[in-house]
Design a protein around this ligand. Structure first.
Ligand code: F0G
Length: 380
């Protein structure tokens, strides 16, 4: 890389594939460009060969993938002259909305389920100066309310029903294909509203439609600038696999769930906003939906932290919990490449982490002998 090159966020990087104008004022915190980490230790313990990667979206500026969509949604809201944004959230969207609104100098109203969001996320929304409205209800109630408010008040809705959100989020698929040189065989994600699985499918599909010889003036996607033109990226797309928490699994039940429950509060959603389109993603990609019990999700979270040094939040670990089961069951065949999206950072939810940590801190006197003994007793 040349000296003096500064990464300035995903809109600048993928400007030719996003709905922005040359003179659009970009609201960015340097989101995107997250690491695709190849897992070493976990696959070694499986008895057959898979290439397993995690895309660690927890390393975005506010600690989740929501920043990808929020840079677009807030950039467009500001372009359209909006002075306030609103969202319902299980926590991460509100953290991102609060931060990007602060950056833009506008107001964020965030509607969250009382007592059911992780502490780190609440801290973020409060710290960035958003107006936090806690409702005695769940995310689905909040969603219904903010849609109505956005129709009657001068506020821009920045949930994933805002089409610019998915446009920003599709860039994660671009990054993966750039790094691997091709799309993976399987892409596994945790599913709540199903916005993210849809956004990835849009990204992969745009790339696949845009490889080989096909660059003409008629192409609205690249307007002739596409760097994938003839660049050897296979026109192949992954199978998209979505995992839900068992207590909040409308895609498994085939119907909305009215009282969703799960330890993975980020995906405690019973009425997904992208219902129809997510079924289409499953069908077009040849993928599937499945569910994970809370215990499986927490076990995968801990496994990633202890075996690979990657600390994600519980909801994120659903992708790895499900993928590992499908690998063991041979639903994902030997020799496959698999990407699991880790949607949020583990620090978002310190309570969930401490509650299931393997060992308690050892308390000793502040003396050499006591510390030495603690070390010797715990040497592995
Ligand atoms: N993982 C995390 C950490 C999330 O915060 C969310 C959604 C998802 C997965 C599911 O993504 O909804 O696109 O299928 N969080 C939203 C929020 C609902 O308000 O932060 P999805």
């Amino acid at each position: 890389m040349a000296f003096g090159h500064r990464y300035t966020g995903l809109i600048d990087r993928y400007r030719d594939r996003l709905p922005v104008h040359d003179d659009t004022r970009i609201i960015s915190l340097g989101e995107g460009n997250t690491p695709l980490i190849r897992l070493n230790n976990i696959p070694r313990e499986l008895d057959y060969d898979v290439e397993l990667y995690v895309k660690f979206e927890g390393l975005n500026p506010t600690g989740s993938f929501k920043d990808r969509g929020m840079t677009m949604a807030v950039t467009k809201a500001v372009e359209e002259g909006s002075k306030a944004i609103i969202c319902a959230s299980t926590g991460n969207t509100s953290a991102a909305a609060a931060a990007y609104a602060a950056r833009a100098g506008i107001t964020a109203f965030v509607v969250i389920p009382d007592g059911k969001i992780a502490m780190g996320k609440l801290a973020q929304a409060m710290m960035h100066g958003s107006v936090v409205i806690q409702i005695e209800g769940n995310f689905d109630d909040g969603m219904r309310l903010v849609k109505e408010v956005a129709n009657t008040s001068p506020v821009t809705l920045v949930n994933s029903v805002n089409p610019f959100r998915l446009q920003g989020q599709k860039t994660a698929a671009f990054e993966i294909v750039e790094e691997l040189g091709r799309a993976p065989d399987f892409h596994c994600l945790p599913v709540g509203n199903a916005g993210n699985i849809t956004a990835h499918w849009i990204g992969y599909s745009e790339l696949a439609a845009h490889t080989g010889e096909h660059v003409t003036e008629a192409c609205t996607f690249c307007r002739g600038h596409c760097r994938y033109a003839g660049g050897g990226v296979a026109g192949q797309r992954p199978r998209m696999v979505g995992y839900q928490a068992s207590g909040s699994a409308p895609f498994l039940r085939g119907a909305m769930v009215d009282a969703p429950e799960t330890v993975a509060t980020a995906i405690r959603i019973g009425h997904p906003q992208s219902w129809d389109v997510a079924w289409k993603v499953r069908e077009e990609s040849g993928g599937w939906f499945d569910e994970c019990a809370d215990e499986e999700i927490l076990a995968a979270q801990k496994l990633l932290a202890e075996k690979e040094g990657v600390f994600c939040e519980p909801a994120s670990a659903a992708s790895v919990a499900g993928a590992l089961r499908d690998i063991r069951d041979r639903k994902i065949p030997e020799g496959s490449s698999v990407v699991c999206t880790l949607t949020g950072h583990g620090l978002k939810d310190p309570d969930a982490a401490i509650a299931q940590a393997s060992r308690e801190p050892i308390k000793v006197r502040a003396e050499l002998e006591a510390v030495t003994r603690a070390i010797h007793e715990n040497m592995e």
